[in-house]
Design a protein. Structure first.
Length: 131
């Protein structure tokens, strides 16, 4: 899938992906257990053309074996806290209207994100949180 190729490129070819996508700042964190099994990932990135106070949530997700355990909420809380710690005033993200992302959209709204998508008919949804 295109998502996996983009994730791999953004992790392994950081300099090139930053140039191609206009990314200014990029950070990733993973959730692992004591056996180094990866169960989740979260990232933050800023784009060159964005206002200085804005950062984006990127590559956020948890392994399907631990969904419903609360790990997703903890990772999202970490991302929110990290964006605040880094001095950003707005955390944005985008997702889709696909059914498989409905739980994630509900979680975003529970955490205070507001749907700011210009068109309610759009399949890509944009969310914003003031930090």
């Amino acid at each position: 899938k295109a998502e996996y190729a983009t994730l791999e490129a953004s992790v392994h070819d950081l300099g090139n992906i930053k140039t191609k996508l206009g990314v200014d700042e990029l950070h990733y964190w993973i959730a692992i257990d004591s056996n180094d099994t990866v169960y989740g990932i979260i990232g933050l990135y800023s784009e060159i053309d964005d206002p200085k106070e804005r950062i984006w949530l990127g590559w956020y997700g948890v392994d399907e074996t631990v969904r419903g355990s609360g790990l997703g909420g903890k990772l999202l809380d970490f991302g929110i806290q990290e964006s605040h710690r880094r001095g950003y005033g707005e955390l944005k993200l985008y997702t889709t209207t696909a059914d498989e992302y409905s739980a994630a959209r509900r979680l975003y709204e529970r955490k205070g994100f507001i749907d700011v998508t210009p068109s309610k008919k759009a399949k890509t949804r944009y969310y914003s949180l003031q930090c």
